[in-house]
Design a protein around this ligand. Structure first.
Ligand SMILES: [Zn+2]
Ligand SMILES: [Zn+2]
Length: 137
């Protein structure tokens, strides 16, 4: 069954086949751009290029580069300065949804949360005890 969608890149209608989110023409352009980026990055002096530098030197946009790293088409292991924004702070990361800093923060928050829960529990028990002893009087 035909699934007609609008291409987010050029706004044209196209037959969605589940392979890509853009129309075949934009898909082809994107592939060309990918090859261009790949050729650029394969040069030894460009290995450590940042996203900004690649956007400057090729047709690629930041979004494309983020997407390729997410999909594993560009390996951060080979190109250390590549990544995509952390869901929380926007800093570049190359694995998961959050960067290392946010994960560390999150763990710290959880610890604080646990401590707060324990504290509230202690207060509650204490209140109860006071209440019970008040009633006895
Ligand atoms: Zn298109
Ligand atoms: Zn972060």
């Amino acid at each position: 069954m035909a699934d007609l969608r609008t291409c987010p890149s050029c706004g044209e209608f196209f037959n969605y086949t589940g392979v890509r989110e853009v129309c075949p023409r934009c898909g082809m352009n994107e592939e060309k751009t990918y090859e261009e980026v790949y050729r650029f990055l394969r040069k030894r002096e460009n290995r450590a290029a940042t996203i900004e530098r690649i956007v400057e030197a090729t047709e690629a946009t930041e979004e494309m580069l983020h997407k390729w790293v997410r999909k594993g088409r560009l390996q951060p292991a080979m190109f250390p300065n590549l990544g995509y924004p952390c869901d929380n702070c926007g800093k570049l990361t190359s694995k998961g949804k959050l960067c290392d800093t946010c994960i560390a923060d999150l763990k710290q928050d959880l610890k604080t949360f646990d401590a707060a829960t324990e504290f509230r529990e202690a207060v509650r028990k204490n209140d109860q005890a006071t209440y019970l002893s008040d009633r006895k009087r």
